[in-house]
Design a protein around this ligand. Structure first.
Ligand SMILES: C[S@@+](CC[C@H](N)C(=O)[O-])C[C@H]1O[C@@H](n2cnc3c(N)ncnc32)[C@H](O)[C@@H]1O
Length: 362
């Protein structure tokens, strides 16, 4: 089974990803002086900037705009911007955002945009063609489903301490943690091939800390909604057992380990410049604190996680005789639960990020 086909398209991800933009904005200043020390060789004709896991592009275009400003401090060479995601991603909104005729694009005649469909765990671009690569809120999506089923919960990281409905065994957790580690190595090896020596790589993703994990609350409510579908005999217990979201929430240590472990094959390819675990405020949570409007909060919260979980739900239940009814039921039920028990599904956006420099080959 495919891991995910992408986010909900037709503008839905763009419209419901303000929390991801908050998490991106926190680290964007890391890029501002990232080019200052980059020494371009005389042969350089084009500066390559790539964002992996771009989805529908609203956030991805914001990132590359900032990177273009950073490049233009020191270079007026042509810039090639590339937005990349899975081939099944809905790229149509992104194309509109990149089109000057539609009021999009980069306001710089010497910037040329392209998109590339493929898995970020593979090399997708020519050797030494990239000067800066980024990925935001994406590398937690695993490269495969390493277990046939995860009967105790719908996410490898398990339920929140607060909700504590369901469980993931230590043995199961280990399988996912190891896959997350090797995925990160594969991603880093692919980027190492594409980057020029001295090129930069910024990896940011939703995370897990001692107090908060970004999965808490939202996967609890999704789990409760899917269990409700079991109770109502819309799906069987066996269906529940095999359904899970193949997404892993890393600690900061898990993000940096492949670049620090002496035995790791990518430790020699990159220098770790800086890394951070952080929390950002979430616009729909802030709004709820201000207005107390539970209906608006429940709808915004549900649409936020629907945008990145619906495709996986659909793939898991692709053979269900009433798939549309099931999908609507799960998200209606989720919204209802958030409205009824907001304190049960408290949400915090924590993230981890690392800035790396490609070392020169020995
Ligand atoms: C939550 S979205 C993040 C979008 C955007 N970067 C942001 O921060 O708003 C995650 C994206 O990662 C993409 N993705 C998941 N697995 C991928 C893979 N193996 N290769 C490339 N993209 C992948 C999904 O299709 C989706 O568009």
């Amino acid at each position: 089974m495919q891991v995910t086909s992408g986010m909900v398209g037709q503008g839905f991800y763009n419209d419901n990803s303000a929390p991801q933009l908050s998490a991106i904005s926190y680290v964007l200043s890391w890029l501002d002086d990232a080019f200052d020390q980059l020494v371009l060789d005389d042969q350089t004709a084009t500066i390559g900037l790539v964002d992996f896991g771009c989805s529908e592009g609203a956030n991805s275009v914001a990132v590359l705009k900032r990177l273009i400003v950073a490049v233009r401090k020191t270079s007026d060479l042509p810039i090639q911007t590339i937005h990349s995601d899975l081939p099944t991603n809905d790229f149509s909104e992104l194309f509109l955002r990149l089109s000057p005729k539609e009021g999009g694009g980069y306001d710089d005649d010497n910037v040329f945009s392209a998109t590339v469909g493929g898995s970020m765990f593979d090399q997708l671009l020519p050797p030494k063609s990239v000067h800066f690569a980024t990925t935001f809120n994406a590398i937690g999506f695993l490269s495969k489903r390493p277990l046939e089923q995860l009967p105790g919960y719908i996410l490898p990281n398990g339920p929140s301490k607060q909700r504590a409905v369901g469980q993931v065994t230590k043995a199961e957790e280990k399988v996912f943690a190891e896959l997350a580690y090797s995925d990160l190595q594969d991603f880093a090896k692919a980027r190492a091939a594409e980057l020029v020596p001295g090129g930069k790589l910024l990896i940011q993703v939703f995370g897990a800390g001692d107090e908060f994990r970004t999965c808490d609350g939202l996967y609890d409510v999704l789990n409760d909604a899917v269990l409700e579908a079991v109770d109502q005999a819309m799906i069987s217990q066996g269906d529940y057992d095999q359904y899970y979201q193949p997404v892993y929430f890393r600690t900061l240590k898990e993000l940096t380990a492949p670049f620090e472990d002496p035995d790791s094959e990518v430790a020699n390819l990159f220098t770790l410049e800086r890394s951070e675990f952080y929390e950002v405020t979430v616009p729909f949570v802030q709004e709820y604190e201000k207005t107390g409007d539970i209906d608006v909060y429940a709808a915004a919260y549900t649409n936020f996680f629907r945008a990145f979980t619906e495709a996986v739900l659909r793939l898991n239940f692709a053979n269900h005789p009433s798939l549309e009814t099931l999908v609507e039921f799960v998200f209606d039920q989720s919204e209802k639960l958030v409205r009824q028990y907001p304190e049960r599904y408290e949400f915090h956006y924590v993230a981890v990020a690392a800035l790396l420099t490609r070392k020169a080959d020995p």
